[in-house]
Design a protein around this ligand. Structure first.
Ligand code: FAD
Length: 398
């Protein structure tokens, strides 16, 4: 395929940055998906399996490799979804192919009266990538509802079913994500990079047939006028989450779906109720949270100011750690919402909060990286904590 017949990464990523793709394939069947992956691996060229492109920052240079985007959008309910009798097991098993738009999946579950993912409403991307980085928000994490993931193992060249306890889920991490690197996120790339050793074909979830679910996060509880730990109707939880996210610019921009390369990748998402076509919001041109919340040893956490947020967490070696807030560190190191290196910069922090680095218009990967460096270095100088980015970096380095 000639370069002009393929998209640029800037056409298919939420931050709208990145160079031309040499080969772009959109398989519509399981067999075609597998064949595309096997073919790509045989050529020895880099393989990037992309979903919604909402967790990657790609170089402006041409990408001399294969990009595969699963065009299958199938959701199957494996158990009967009927109201359960008092005392009966309310579990329902539901599967979705990797290419299903994540918020289409959440909307479907809520409509069917299936609880467990409603607080993850409005997260951009696909079902396939949701398990790569164990998405989480507003008191829920996808790990708690995933029962198994069907993958293509590029090492053993076979299809496998990985059970939840084999996936080694932790905060924004999993066995799948770790297989892209030699020693944890953003260390030297493994030979599978920029995609995992395990390509997700389908995810099976165990949800609960229930009209209500527990509200687990203060900000959400406040929006619903309840206290943390109380139950609330799942449709209302979804609506409240979408409203909070829209208020922070933490949903995708609708304009990206007008682009030829993005049409038809979403089915029925209600996230667009929260958008206005006239009013393009540059705060939405991001990779979401750019830096992960650091998990520190007690010793390092003790050096932070008294008012820095602190939550119990686990360090990678399983010992007790303290999670603090990347947004707080960035803000208190002097980088306020809307911060730019200089007025004419094409990259800047979101004007609504300090979590997202955003493309203010025509930004290139180098502009985003330059901003990220200034922020990372500023936080390190002020607090001695080195922030680790959340998105996958392709052809760029911090
Ligand atoms: C506005 C905004 C808000 C966000 N909010 C949140 C949030 O609240 N919580 C949160 O956790 N994240 C959030 N994110 C990050 C992002 O949405 C998630 O990480 C999402 O799961 C990425 O999905 P994707 O399909 O876009 O992945 P992509 O960016 O397309 O890919 C990311 C990685 O996953 C790999 N991958 C994709 N598909 C497959 C597959 N089928 N098999 C194997 N590997 C695959 C890719 O190769 C790549 O390495 C946000 C992002 C944005 C832009």
């Amino acid at each position: 395929m000639a370069l002009s017949e393929t998209p640029r990464f800037s056409d298919i990523t939420t931050i709208a940055v990145g160079g031309r793709i040499a080969r772009f394939v959109e398989p519509t069947t399981r067999a075609a998906f597998l064949e595309a992956v096997i073919m790509a691996d045989t050529t020895g060229k880099p393989l990037c399996v992309i979903g919604g492109g909402s967790n990657m920052l790609v170089s402006d240079d041409d990408f001399d490799g294969v990009v595969i985007r699963d065009a299958r959008r199938e959701i199957s309910v494996l158990d009967e979804v009927t109201p359960v009798e008092e005392g009966a097991d309310p579990s329902v098993t539901i599967s979705a192919t990797a290419g299903v738009h994540w918020d289409d999946f959440v909307a479907y579950c809520v409509r069917m009266g299936l609880a467990g993912v409603e607080a993850l409403s409005g997260i951009p991307g696909t079902v396939g990538a949701s398990v790569v980085q164990n998405i989480g928000a507003y008191g829920q994490e996808v790990a708690s509802t995933v029962s198994s993931v069907e993958v293509w193992d590029r090492e053993e060249r076979t299809v496998k079913t990985l059970k939840s306890d084999e996936l080694q889920f932790s905060y924004r991490d999993s066995l799948l994500k770790r297989s892209m690197y030699t020693n944890g996120a953003h260390s030297a790339p493994s030979r599978y990079f920029p995609s995992p050793r395990y390509i997700v074909l389908e995810v099976t979830f165990t949800l609960k047939h229930a009209t209500h679910n527990t509200v687990n996060m203060t900000q959400l509880a406040r929006a619903l006028n309840v206290t943390v730990g109380q139950d609330f109707e799942i449709g209302e939880i979804r609506r409240a989450v979408l409203d909070i996210r829209a208020g922070k610019g933490m949903v995708e921009d609708e304009h990206r779906y007008m682009n030829h390369w993005m049409k038809d990748t979403v089915v029925s998402s209600e996230i667009y109720d929260t958008m206005s076509l006239e009013d393009e919001d540059r705060n939405r041109y991001s990779c979401g949270s750019f830096f992960m919340n650091p998990i520190l040893s007690q010793e390092v956490a003790d050096t932070l100011p008294q008012d820095a947020p602190r939550f119990d967490a686990e360090l990678p070696d399983g010992s007790k750690g303290i999670k603090t807030s990347a947004a707080w560190l960035i803000d208190h190191a002097g980088f306020k919402p809307g911060y730019k290196i200089d007025e004419s910069s094409r990259a800047g922090l979101s004007t609504k909060h300090t979590l997202s680095l955003t493309n203010r218009g025509d930004a290139r990967a180098v502009d985003i990286i330059e901003l990220a460096r200034v922020i990372r270095d500023g936080v390190r100088q002020t607090y001695g904590v080195t922030l680790v980015p959340e998105p996958v970096f392709i052809g760029v380095e911090l």
